[in-house]
Design a binder for this molecule. Structure first.
Ligand SMILES: [Zn+2]
Length: 70
C-alpha cells in the first residue's frame, strides 16, 4: 500500500434531499457519497461510519456533503 490511488475522472452533482441512503432499508437522507471508477453509493452519516473502513479498503473515495436537510 503506497497511497497512490488514482482519482477517477468523475464529477458527481451535490447530494440533495432526494438522495437516500443506499443501505438496505435505511430511510435516512444521504450525506456521504462513496465512488470509484465504475460505481457510486451514498450513505447517511450513520452508515458512513459503519461502512467507511470497508469501502476505503475496497478502493472507494468519498466526500461528505453535509447540508442541513434533516
Ligand atoms: Zn443509512
Amino acid at each position: 500500500m503506497d497511497g497512490s490511488a488514482e482519482k477517477p475522472d468523475i464529477t458527481y452533482p451535490p447530494l440533495t434531499r432526494t438522495d437516500r441512503c443506499d443501505a438496505l432499508g435505511c430511510p435516512a437522507a444521504a450525506s456521504v457519497r462513496f465512488f470509484n471508477a465504475v460505481s457510486d453509493l451514498v450513505y447517511c452519516s450513520h452508515h458512513c461510519n459503519t461502512y467507511e473502513a470497508g469501502m476505503v479498503s475496497a478502493g472507494f473515495l468519498y466526500y461528505e456533503d453535509s447540508r442541513d436537510w434533516l
